[in-house]
Design a protein around this ligand. Structure first.
Ligand code: C2G
Length: 135
């Protein structure tokens, strides 16, 4: 706890930032007093998916940092460092979309872990599909 302010942390790629990302961040912010967001680095994405995000980490981090509901962003360099990030940024609550349901329960010893329902019918891949269909 920081001067009685509840800090929420969440992690994500936020590539081709869209409405589903915005709703997740706004709902996460409402669960506490300040929201910190770990933006997955380009190299982490490459390691995970064998391709780079469409927008680079600098662009993705700057967009998320400029949102009214976000207090601070940092780069998530490795999935294995989650516990260190939660401790370093003194998270009271970890929030993730429910596509990650159960995956982060191991951190319940250091913070509250909450999964929020994903916004339906929108994702980065769905957006790419919409663009492909229209052009
Ligand atoms: N999200 C959502 N609704 C959507 C799409 C995404 O609520 N329609 C949420 C996801 O559940 C996630 C956040 O928005 O909590 C960011 O989504 P992604 O950029 O797809 O993040 P991801 O690649 O899952 O990165 O350490 C974990 C990773 O960094 C998570």
């Amino acid at each position: 706890m920081h001067l009685n302010r509840k800090r929420v942390l969440t992690f994500g790629t936020f590539d081709l930032f869209h409405f589903g990302h915005l709703k997740l961040l706004q709902r996460a912010a409402k669960l506490g007093d300040e929201l910190f967001v770990g933006i997955s680095s380009d190299s982490l994405n490459f390691a995970k998916k064998s391709r780079l995000p469409i927008m680079n980490e600098f662009e993705r981090a700057h967009i998320v940092a400029s949102l009214k509901c976000v207090n601070s962003v940092f780069l998530e360099e490795s999935l294995e460092l989650k516990r260190q990030y939660l401790l370093r940024y003194e998270a009271d609550i970890l929030v993730m979309g429910d596509d990650w349901s159960g995956k982060f329960d191991e951190f319940a010893d250091i913070c509250e872990v909450i999964y929020l329902p994903r916004t339906k019918n929108i994702s980065t891949s769905e957006l790419l599909q919409r663009i492909k269909n229209d052009f």
